[in-house]
Design a protein around this ligand. Structure first.
Ligand code: NDP
Ligand code: 2IT
Length: 446
């Protein structure tokens, strides 16, 4: 990192003590921006970096609710409205016991650059709660969502802030959140949330978009070296929304996906993951992935407490959570001949592991580029809501494919331009930064 960034980073560390994931995300972006500041001093003059690291607004609130046994429980709710230079704050909500301000801030920071890269008119934000949906009844999840929205609604609006899902928040939760927003405001304001059901304002392809987009990005990246998914051994971590549709698309492109995981361990299925069984176990029954191995009946095994990377493969798609692929996983993957890594999750690869992949010269797609298909399709959902229209699956899927190849080309061209061909991390950070930074300059000191 250039010396010029040190005092700015120090200020970020001082202002946000203990928020290690946020520090990690900022450091990674700063590592890419040296050549940009050298070429364009106007950003430093206008303190764009200092401003881009400080959220426009941070909201923290109490979420009281009553469980099925009649006990009163308290969770903490967050919404970090990071940057609205390009459009309304946009980004998901995460419900997971690990959620605290540092996680929400890292996700919000990443979202600013990701949303810029999509080319769509969306700013960046993120939110969530330390609520753990696991083991909770339908009624408990609904009451929690209603209480969460009873505070959050006053900060939202289709021109203000538009949340969506993330870990622990899927179609079910978005439904309860939207219902409560509608009731409190007495407005059918479809564009205030994305990831809605298709019969009540949602977009076709939004469910599939993040996983499909990640694989489409990886496909483009492989093509630059004359490779494809066809016949390749693929490892996917996670078995939630992103993982499931990454597996589905990788298989459509001829890849052989042999592993998937959840927080308890991974499944090795040498005959190839059966996506419909995985959907049944994880989406419908909300059970452990161990149940998949038991039901598959083909010798598929469940390996408790281990990560998928141990299984070795040509293409690795981390689609679960942050820092889930570390230095030793990277070494194992490289020893096994991995040729490409594309991040479906946000910041799943540790900085040390990323450095190993880059030194080895294998293809590496950072999450803010590779997983941007989800939020891009959210922007398409907002577009449909604003025009009171509903597009077909094929039309929307074609838009997604065009957006992903646009993001790929923007990252590749920017990396070339700044003298680091093939460095998608640098390309994504710089291209994402430039668009937001120019908008911030144009809008003045606000
Ligand atoms: P889901 O809640 O649908 O699935 C999350 C998956 O990751 C589950 O398999 C879960 O296991 C596993 N997981 C979650 N936390 C941990 C943990 N701490 N350790 C190990 N495994 C864990 O979430 P999504 O699929 O929506 O999100 C996955 C990733 O993709 C996240 O990083 C998210 O930020 C990112 N993302 C999501 C987008 C979207 O549109 N949904 C868009 C762009 C990025 P278990 O079932 O055991 O809990
Ligand atoms: O990390 C992400 O990009 C998301 N969770 C999706 C955000 C969105 O607004 O669709």
């Amino acid at each position: 990192m250039k010396a010029q960034f040190e005092p700015i980073l120090e200020q970020v560390l001082r202002r946000n003590p203990g928020e290690i994931e946020f520090h990690q995300a900022v450091r990674e972006v700063f590592d890419s921006l040296g050549p940009v500041l050298a070429k364009h001093p106007q950003y430093a003059d206008a303190a764009v970096l200092e401003r881009i690291c400080e959220p426009e607004r941070q909201i923290i609130f109490r979420v009281p609710w009553v469980d099925d046994a009649g006990h009163v429980l308290i969770n903490r709710g967050f919404r970090v409205e990071f940057n609205s230079a390009l459009g309304p704050f946009k980004g998901g909500l995460r419900f997971h016991p690990s959620v605290y301000l540092g996680i929400v801030k890292f996700l919000g920071f990443e979202q600013v650059f990701k949303n810029s890269l999509t080319g769509m008119p969306i700013g960046g934000g993120k939110g969530g709660s330390d609520f753990d949906p696991r083991g909770r009844s339908e009624g408990e999840v609904m009451r929690f969502c209603q209480s969460f929205m009873t505070e959050l609604y006053r900060h939202l609006g289709e021109y203000t802030d538009v949340p969506a899902g993330d870990i622990g928040v899927g179609g079910r939760e978005i439904g309860y959140l939207f219902g409560q927003y509608k009731r409190i405001t007495n407005r059918y304001e479809s564009g205030v949330l994305t990831g809605k059901g298709v019969s009540w304002g949602g977009s076709l392809v939004r469910t599939e978009a993040t996983g499909y987009g990640t694989v489409l990005f990886a496909e483009q990246m492989l093509r630059t070296r004359g490779m494809s998914f066809d016949g390749r051994r693929v490892l996917v971590s996670g078995s939630g929304n992103v993982a499931i549709y990454a597996i589905e698309k990788a298989q459509q492109l001829g890849g052989k996906v042999v592993a998937a995981s959840d927080s308890r361990g991974f499944v090795l299925d040498e005959q190839g993951i059966d996506v419909s069984l995985l959907k049944q176990v994880k989406e419908v029954e909300r059970a452990s992935i161990e149940v998949y191995a038991q039901r598959r009946g083909n010798g598929a095994v469940f390996v408790p407490g281990e990560r998928v990377w141990a299984a070795g493969g040509d293409i690795a798609l981390p689609c679960a959570t942050q820092n889930e692929l570390d230095e030793s996983d990277a070494k194992n993957l490289l020893n096994g001949g991995v040729v490409a890594i594309a991040e479906g999750a946000n910041m799943p690869t540790t900085p040390e592991a990323t450095a190993l992949f880059q030194e080895a010269g294998v293809l590496f797609a950072p999450g803010k580029a590779a997983n941007a298909g989800g939020v891009a399709t959210s922007a398409l959902e907002m577009q449909q809501n604003a025009s009171r229209d509903a597009w077909t699956f094929d039309y929307t899927a074609n838009r997604l494919a065009a957006i992903m190849s646009g993001i790929h080309d923007r990252c590749a061209t920017t990396a070339d331009e700044y003298g680091q061909p093939g460095n998608y991390v640098m390309g994504a950070n710089v291209a994402g930064f430039l668009k937001v930074a120019d908008a911030m300059l144009a809008l003045g000191v606000v």
